[in-house]
Design a protein around this ligand. Sequence first.
Ligand code: HPA
Length: 253
Amino acid sequence: MLGIIGGTGLTQLANLEITHRRVARTPWGEPSGALTFGRLCEQEVVFLARHGYGHNIPPHEVNYRANLWALKDHGVDRVVSVATVGGIHPELLPGTLVIPDQIIDYTHGRATTYFVDTNKPVVHLDFTTPYCEAMRAVLFAAGERAGIRLRDGGVYGAVQGPRLETAAEINRMERDGADMVGMTGMPEAYLAHELELCYAAVGAVVNYAAGRGLSSDGIQMEEIQGVLGEVMAQVRRLLEQMVTDDASAQCAV
Ligand code: HPA
């Protein structure tokens, strides 16, 4: 079953026919909110709002372990994660949708693994390819069908937040090879990997990163708000197309 994690600007999927909601408990604590189950052409999908349905959980306090565990525990094997980002690469202008293919972790102090049993041998999982290629391909196919442009690839720089970056930090991240900056990409991507979930992300660029373009004198919240509604409308269409494609593939069998 497909799981969708929505971020800022995407706390629900309007066109999903909701069947039920379930409050999930996990060994890692509580997820950000109840899991919302919906149906389309006999195909169930699950939606979870990463920051809570009232958007009240900041990025560094999201219980990423509980979120992914709860999804897996309820039958999810594939996850699309939606997150807003700031554009560092000159082509990642506000309004762009990007499907990253790499990630750099600048976060700290977050719970980053399920391997916490000290009696077991140490595990070093390969993470060379952080995003699932099959899931990325599904997104591109949906984008093509829906006539939505998706930028293929880019390095997501995951920062701690909740503050935004300094211009110097963005310059450093650019030198590191980061194309976009966001606050929630890690440890989510890695935890999904530990759970063997097929996981891909949709980055919605809502602002120029600090010190760039219209943000050269500071990031304006009005700029973000102006772009957010429009870009999330595109994301919704993309996800609906994806679920419809998925559903017809299932129905065709
Ligand atoms: N920095 C970090 N996270 C973000 C940004 C940003 O500029 N925009 C949206 N999420």
